[in-house]
Write a protein that binds this ligand. Structure first.
Ligand SMILES: *Cc1c(COP(=O)(O)O)cnc(C)c1O
Length: 500
């Protein structure tokens, strides 16, 4: 399988090259040249397999330059052993007779980013071998919280790689900060930035564009790379759990073979739900992909009207991992739905860059709406959904997943569609414990309690165990104390790498 750029101005490459490069040289995103389809027989056979083998079956047709043995190795390293705290890796829990929740948060950092960031380092190491790369790959990350920790866990002690994470010192929760500064591993560096997430991100972007530094690092045997969600190596492992959920529902007799189901996905950068779209094109029986947004509802407006407009106020919400105004992976969807018209993609992406908006043609909008439906939920609805879901079903939602549950209710009210639906749960409720405990116990119930006390409070009140990755966080040794000014990120990268 070869990969081509959505901007149409780069040569098609094998998966290993595309994964190593991350973004295409013409600024586009890599997409598979050919369509992959699974037969109904193959689909049915997944039900009897463990998650790791389901993963190999789905990944194999996309990563044809990887041998089966290599894929098995990658998948075992990512999802095997006790990396995930349940043997199913991504279990499906029944909520009501017509709704299930697909729990994607059983990995080491308690958010769905682990599903991709546990395996991306494995793909990258193999890709380096295959392409004859001898340099050590240094992953640079600017994070607003979740991605940094997931990338650290994924890359820690992976041979041939190093990782440097920058986070806004005042811009992450105490739990998120401690998750990062207590990270173990001989190849990890974590640096606080005196500034906000945008400062950290622009600093890191500047480092990627610094040709002189790149040469200097090349001389030392280093090559910088990124782990962000535009890399195909992060997208492709996310296709697996859509198939896995379907296989589990079949196995439990909740749906019949061939029956179509809906997926509801709390969406930010459009990576997760796009993987669902690819699963649909491969023959997974999906009716609608429901795109759930928070008050930063750019995607809802786009799916409803065909107009993408980022010119609006950026809102900080209780579901921070969805606080995004530019959803990068939408570019891949538009490329596929326009029948791969790179000229259109170039036009729209240029308009997005220069004016902050673009409008797609009616034909493209019709296609978008044939696969997707969208609405949003605000913070008040998020909290009431957490409370009501606990009261009615004794099931605990995090703030992101609550947005999706609320949007599913809106979908059913608006359309009357009774199709069986699966909600993607993207974070453990304990990861956003302040909001979740507040929703259940009210302001008075949480007043004066630290984030760590609230973990215990929430666990005691619900009887749900605190996930391993969040237990005793405040008792682990702090291993990373470096802090840098927002305009000194380049110097920080130099001093960390040149001193290695
Ligand atoms: C990253 C993230 C999302 C958004 O996923 P996208 O693939 O960016 O759309 C939703 N919820 C949580 C908890 C996340 O960490």
């Amino acid at each position: 399988m070869k990969y081509e750029s959505t901007r149409g101005n780069a040569p098609a490459l094998a998966a290993a090259e595309a994964i190593k490069m991350g973004i295409a040289p013409d600024g586009g995103l890599f997409v598979p040249v050919e369509r992959v389809t699974l037969t109904e027989e193959q689909l049915l056979s997944l039900s009897s397999l463990p998650y790791t083998e389901r993963a190999v079956a789905i990944l194999q047709p996309f990563l044809t330059d990887f041998s089966n043995e290599e894929l098995l190795h990658c998948v075992e390293a990512a999802y095997g052993g006790d990396k995930f705290d349940v043997p199913e890796v991504a279990p499906v829990r029944s909520l009501t007779p017509d709704t299930s929740v697909l729990e994607l948060w059983h990995g080491p950092t308690c958010a769905f980013k682990d599903m991709a960031l546990q395996i991306l380092p494995q793909f990258l190491v193999k890709a380096m071998e295959k392409t004859g790369e001898t340099a050590e790959i240094i992953i640079l990350v600017a994070t607003s919280g979740d991605t940094g920790k997931a990338a650290l866990e994924g890359f820690a002690d992976v041979p041939g790689t190093g990782i440097v994470v920058f986070f806004p010192e005042q811009g992450v929760s105490e739990v998120q900060r401690l998750q990062m500064v207590t990270q173990t591993g001989g190849n990890v560096h974590v640096i606080g930035v005196r500034g906000n997430f945008d400062d950290a991100q622009s600093g890191v972007k500047q480092v990627f564009g610094d040709q002189e530094l790149a040469l200097l690092l090349a001389g030392k045997g280093y090559r910088l790379s990124s782990a962000n969600s535009i890399n195909w190596g992060r997208l492709v492992p996310q296709i697996v759990y859509y198939f896995s959920a379907y296989a589990d529902l079949l196995k439990e007799g909740r749906i019949r073979a061939g029956e179509k189901i809906n997926f509801v996905v709390p969406t930010g950068n459009f990576g997760n739900i796009l993987a669902g779209f690819y699963a649909k094109t491969m023959g997974l029986p999906i009716n609608k992909l429901i795109c759930a947004a928070n008050a930063n509802n750019v995607l809802t407006d786009f799916i409803q009207t065909g107009s993408y407009d980022r010119n609006r106020q950026f809102l900080k919400t209780l579901s921070p991992s969805m606080d995004i105004l530019i959803s990068s992976n939408l570019e891949r969807l538009l490329y596929e739905l326009t029948g791969r018209q790179a000229a259109k993609i170039n036009l729209w992406m240029n308009q997005l860059k220069t004016q902050g908006s673009y409008v797609v043609d009616q034909d493209t909008l019709d296609k978008v709406q044939s696969h997707f439906w969208s609405d949003f939920a605000d913070d008040q609805e998020t909290l009431s959904t957490i409370r009501e879901t606990w009261q009615q079903h004794r099931y605990l939602l995090d703030t992101h997943t609550a947005v999706a549950v609320r949007v599913l209710e809106k979908y059913r009210q608006a359309t009357g569609d009774a199709t069986y639906s699966v909600v993607a749960a993207t974070a453990s409720p304990f990861k956003f414990n302040g909001s979740v405990a507040g929703a259940l116990l009210g302001e008075a119930g949480i007043a004066g309690k630290s984030e760590f006390e609230l973990l215990d409070t929430l666990s005691f009140y619900t009887g749900w165990p605190i996930p391993k990755g969040l237990r005793n966080l405040d008792k682990r040794p702090v291993l990373h104390r470096a802090v840098t000014d927002r305009d000194k990120i380049n110097e920080a990268v130099r001093s960390v790498l040149l001193a290695r």
